[in-house]
Design a protein around this ligand. Sequence first.
Ligand code: A5A
Ligand code: ZN
Length: 479
Amino acid sequence: MGARMKHERWKNNFSEWFDEALWNAKIMETRYPVKGLYVWLPYGLKLRNRVLAIMRELLEETGHEEVLFPLLIPENLFKKEAEHIRGFEGQVYWVTHGGKDKLDVRLALRPTSETSIYPMFALWIRSHADLPLKIYQIVNIFRYETKMTKPLIRLREVTTFKEAHTAHATSEDAKAQVRAAVETYKKFFDELGVPYVITKRPSWDTFAGAEYSIAFDTLAPDGRALQVGTIHNLGQNFAKVYGLEYEKEGGAHEYVYQTCYGISERVIAAAVMVHGDDLGPCFPPRVAPVQIVIVPIPFKGEEKSAEKVAKRIAGELKAAGFRVHLDERDLRPGRKFYEWERHGVPLRLEIGPKDVKQEQVTVVRRDTGERFTISLKVVNREVRKILKQINKEMRARAWKSFLNSIRDLKDLGEIKKVMDARAGIVRAPWCGKEACGKAFEEKTRGSVLGEELNDKRMKGVCPVCLKPAKTSVLIAKTY
Ligand code: A5A
Ligand code: ZN
């Protein structure tokens, strides 16, 4: 099967491919009878927890502590920060009754938790010694999304919302925290092998209540960008309305400076899509719920010997810390191969008559289809090496195809053509003015992701106003 054949449905019929992939890999049940709500299946939940373990580790090692706040937010608290309400009020679910009683104060199902967390920050923060304060939680949130809902991508109940919230003594400290969060997210996406661009969101698309927002975007196989994480500098906007003051060393009082940053199960959607092919997803060994599946191939006369070897190898690999599944079901091997390929298991070990005789195991890589044998004596060592190699190569391949889908263009007509064809991300020179940014969107029918950080600054003029470019902007069709 050629590379092009292998990517036909994945690329050309992505939306269908995605839904099927989630079902065939037993990640999600999408038939729950409420729009935008879905069920995590056991295999999907294992994947989710692997991904979260990486995130937790990264946050803990950078001094964040995990907390858990209530789901409900009283209306009066929710409505304190004017910009924040403007941004979210169309998306909030309200609890209005308890049993038969109408509630005196309506309760919002959190669409994000600034307005529940910061009133508590106000109680906890007294002096400079309490700062910086860095916490995070992983919770469900509710957003009444009006755009088309899609499993893992646009939910009305986001089940896996990781939000970090920090408070600092100075504006400089908050800015440094934003930069640190960018580094943390880079590491996180690198672990998943998910490529990204990092942009400063345009002024008209900043998080409600923030001074500025930074976003990570990746690309779906259908050429549309997917925002997979955001980092916001909140300045003192929330501190002022929630009374987050601290006493400085000299005794004077000042409001704290805050940041927050979040990801959701969209990052899992990203991992599913960027590493997929026509067979379904392929998970990087780093997060694969099952890293190695072992399939004994029974043969006449000696039904037991392949099984015996398979059991032994499975035991050894498990003891060495790998996530192994020995598939002993009474099914044809071909059927098993088919299933585990669709579960995105990165490595398959087959043990057939020849393997038993020659004291070897046949290895098949899910990502490349490569097939080779390794000696039973060195299985652990070799498998460790191969899995590491797969992580590296999957990331490199994803980055290569991602970078190939970003092109530098200076002509609005040409940019529009790329947008119409949903052919990826365009980098264009920009004078930096909001009016021109909005004109980019109108004239190309794409969305401005933002001004690229670590800018490969494009020379030339802004194609809208023809004034010299100050920066470059990234434009794409988006999810
Ligand atoms: N409090 C801050 C962190 C916040 O809420 N930021 S955010 O609105 O930008 O959301 C953070 C990330 O959550 C987004 O970048 C996006 O990847 C994800 N997200 C937001 N709404 C979502 C939805 N309805 N379904 C799935 N993921 C969503
Ligand atoms: Zn301009």
